[in-house]
Design a protein around this ligand. Structure first.
Ligand code: OSB
Ligand code: MG
Length: 371
């Protein structure tokens, strides 16, 4: 498509419940949405960068700034296929979430024009995926509050539970959840880099609880530490923040740093790189699952398409709209027997509701080749 016009829109959406991790609490999301327009198509992209640079160096204001000043000038007025977006932006270092949002919008526009779904384009092999839920650290209610939250999610049908952990909130909550919900619950934990190599002995105390995996225990740049830790604990090590590309994924696996990979398209620069990571992992027999970044329905639709690829053999963090939002910007995604159906339809298969979008919009910029 020829990229003739781009809209950068910021929206503010309150979360239904505060989301706490070892890096801090989130009460609302300030999301950058991108709309690209060509001669006969338009498409939407969602930038998953968070409000603050706590999960990643990249955050929503940095993504917005780099998009306006450095990414759009490389795309506007040019005729580009979705596959050409990554290469066109490669000279700009870093900023994968900003790049991913642009590629997503061009994929949506191009595939919508072709009448083809993103899922079919990526190589989906199913039309629904099992749904997991990521449970934040509890508030003042502590472990009893956590048990109530998990009970409510299981009653809603979620097929896998992930608990956020941090030093001082790890062994006991895991023990409590395992004891209350029994051995059949698919249970995993996510540390968001809160531990160090010196914590290996402590993390080995999670071994008796038969966790599916522990996600990102150590620092993002510590592949060697994760390889050491993998030999010291029985729980499989999964990487999230560390996996920034297909090259890094192959390296991490080949060095024994992880035996499972969390794939997030935003973290790796887009759905095409995400698919390459899937391919690298699948070739090595490493299971992958689709992570989440508290997306709106736009990002959720794209994540569902990705999670329908054959290597996604573990349930991901793709939860129903009502786990995040009182009202989603698209039609709501719902659970059906613990599964979520792919939207179907061309492109993402969903559109934002213009009226609701207008209500939650905090700023809009229209950018054309002339500026
Ligand atoms: O580490 O997986 C993470 C949300 C924001 C940033 C990082 C993470 C998360 C989640 C929630 O765990 C996943 C979701 O439900 O979208
Ligand atoms: Mg994570």
């Amino acid at each position: 498509m020829r990229i003739e016009r781009v809209e950068l829109r910021r929206i503010s959406l309150p979360l239904v419940t505060a989301f706490r991790t070892s890096t801090g609490a989130q009460y609302h999301r300030d999301v950058l949405l991108v709309r690209v327009e060509g001669p006969d198509s338009e498409g939407w992209g969602e930038c998953v960068a968070m409000n603050e640079p706590l999960y990643s160096a990249e955050y929503v204001d940095s993504a917005h700034a780099v998009t306006r000043a450095h990414l759009l000038p490389r795309l506007l007025g040019r005729r580009l296929t979705p596959e050409e977006i990554g290469p066109a932006l490669a000279a700009v270092r870093g900023h994968p979430m900003a790049k991913a949002a642009l590629e997503m919008a061009v994929l949506d526009a191009e595939l919508t024009a072709q009448g083809r779904s993103l899922a079919a384009y990526l190589g989906a092999v199913c039309d629904r995926v099992p749904s997991g839920v990521s449970v934040g650290l509890p508030g003042p209610g502590g472990v009893p509050e956590l048990l109530d939250t998990v009970a409510a999610h299981l009653a809603a049908g979620y097929r896998r539970v992930k608990l956020k952990i941090e030093p001082g909130f790890d062994i006991e909550p895991v023990r409590a959840v395992r004891e209350r919900f029994g051995p059949d619950l698919a249970l995993q934990v996510d540390a968001n880099s809160a531990y160090t190599r010196a914590d290996a002995g402590h993390l080995a105390r999670l071994d008796p609880f038969a966790l599916v995996l522990i996600e990102q225990p150590l620092a993002e740049d510590d592949l060697a530490g994760h390889a050491l830790l993998s030999g010291q604990i029985a729980t499989p090590v999964c990487l999230d923040e560390s996996i920034t590309s297909a090259v890094v994924a192959a390296d991490a696996i080949d060095r024994g740093a992880c035996s499972v990979v969390n794939i997030k398209a935003g973290r790796v620069g887009g759905y095409l790189e995400a698919r390459r990571i899937h391919d690298v992992c699948r070739a090595r027999g490493v299971p992958v699952w689709c992570g989440g970044m508290l997306e709106t329905g736009l990002g959720r639709a794209a994540n569902l398409a990705l999670a329908a690829l054959p290597g996604f053999t573990l349930p991901g963090d793709i939860s129903a709209s009502d786990r995040y939002w009182r009202r989603d910007v698209t039609r709501p995604f719902v659970l059906d027997g613990g599964y979520m159906a792919l939207p179907g339809g061309p492109g993402l298969g969903v559109r934002p509701d213009p009226g609701f979008l207008a209500e939650v919009t905090t700023s809009v910029e229209e950018i054309t080749p002339s500026g």
